[in-house]
Design a protein around this ligand. Structure first.
Ligand code: TXA
Ligand code: MG
Length: 344
């Protein structure tokens, strides 16, 4: 199959993407978080092809993307008041809600669960395509399963060339990490994946929020977890990633002492001068965590090379968006964190 490159700048290409979706084809489309690899979420055969193209385990459900909050009513049932409150504050935007699934949504999309994840993205291109196609857009991140999510059309092409019908190029994604997922089907709202909408913002609005254990640490592959995708090795380049925490200076001392052939450094822009001779890669500025979230996956992809065996990485600390960046980087590192202040 030839993968067609479309441009979001051309109205006829938006129409072409919508037409492909209506005909059961697979199209990668930019959202404000990451590129989504989508199909008509109510067309079972099309959805099956998403799993095939990604090499994704079939027990890992997909998110449905909608263009108006009221579309929730055709996809979910028993919608809690909290959902409308969250929609009012954070939609369109990087927030996915898990709710009881309605009868129209196929088993394949939800991997047999009786719940469904729904999100109304804010990116104008995906909104236009959803509206023009008239379909609920089922879309996981547009990467091969296990690899970092894609934040540019070139990265999508790298992973999906020959596997999907088209890629709609809308430039790089602004947020850069996948949406926040909150499960509203339990007694208390539960954070399943941190993202651009922060735990603090959710707590301020909901009054309470539990954090799922899959967010906090490594989960074994056979564990039963609320967001099945969180247990898989994810976001990971082929090299072993180690997070080196502590002050910039202590981390640089630790890393420089060990640095050798096959090693790479992933750091903050402010730290580049500390790694003279180590060919460091900066993924954003420590003083502007949104640049770190926007740049993380592209940097992990750049460092996914056969000649790199170990990546020493610097990770932002704290809440807000840093919590999401830290979560993705820690997952890439299989939660291996070394405290440079206490290690010689
Ligand atoms: O920002 C995003 O959410 C991007 C863009 C394309 O919208 N999508 C995305 O999809 O990250 P994906 O498939 O790569 O990640 C979706 C996560 C998976 O971990 C999956 O297990 C979880 O959401 N999920 C989906 N439906 C669920 C459900 N009903 N219950 C619990 N977890 C669910
Ligand atoms: Mg994904």
């Amino acid at each position: 199959m030839k993968t067609q490159m479309l441009s979001a700048q051309r109205p006829e290409d938006i129409a072409a993407a919508a037409g492909l979706l209506r005909n059961g084809k697979l199209v990668a489309i930019p959202t404000e978080t990451v590129y989504g690899l989508g199909a008509n979420g109510l067309d079972e055969n099309a959805v099956l092809r998403i799993f095939e193209a990604k090499g994704r385990p079939q027990d890992n459900p997909l998110i449905l993307h909608i263009s108006e909050p009221k579309e929730l009513e055709s996809i979910c049932h028993d919608i809690p008041a909290q959902a409308w409150l969250l929609a009012e504050h954070f939609w369109p935007g990087p927030l996915t809600m898990v709710m009881p699934r309605g009868p129209e949504v196929s088993d394949v999309t939800c991997a047999g669960l009786d719940t469904v994840g729904v999100r109304m993205p804010s990116h104008p291109v995906v909104q236009q395509v959803i509206k023009a196609s008239g379909v609920a857009f089922a879309a996981p991140s547009a990467n091969r399963s296990g690899k970092p999510s894609t934040t540019t059309a070139a990265h999508v092409l790298h992973d999906m060339d020959g596997r999907i019908e088209a890629i709609l190029d809308g430039g790089p994604c602004e947020v850069g990490v996948e949406s926040t997922i909150v499960d509203l089907t339990g007694e208390r709202p539960r954070l399943l994946r941190p993202g651009g909408v922060t735990p603090e913002e959710l707590r301020a609005l909901l009054g309470e929020l539990d954090i799922d254990r899959a967010v906090l640490g490594q989960i074994s592959n056979d564990a039963v977890v609320r967001a099945p995708g969180m247990k898989y090795k994810h976001y990971a380049p082929s090299a072993g990633v180690y997070i080196i925490s502590g002050s910039s200076e202590a981390a640089a001392r630790y890393i420089r002492r060990r640095f050798g052939p096959g090693d790479a450094v992933l750091c903050f822009a402010e730290e580049l001068p500390l790694y003279d001779g180590c060919n460091p890669t900066a993924y954003g500025s420590e003083n502007d965590v949104r640049t770190l979230s926007a740049g993380l996956f592209a940097a992990l992809r750049d460092l996914d090379r056969p000649d790199i065996r170990t990546i020493y990485a610097r990770c932002p600390e704290g809440g807000g968006v840093a919590y999401a960046v830290g979560n993705r980087l820690k997952k890439a590192a299989a939660f291996r964190v070394v405290d440079a202040e206490h290690e010689a």
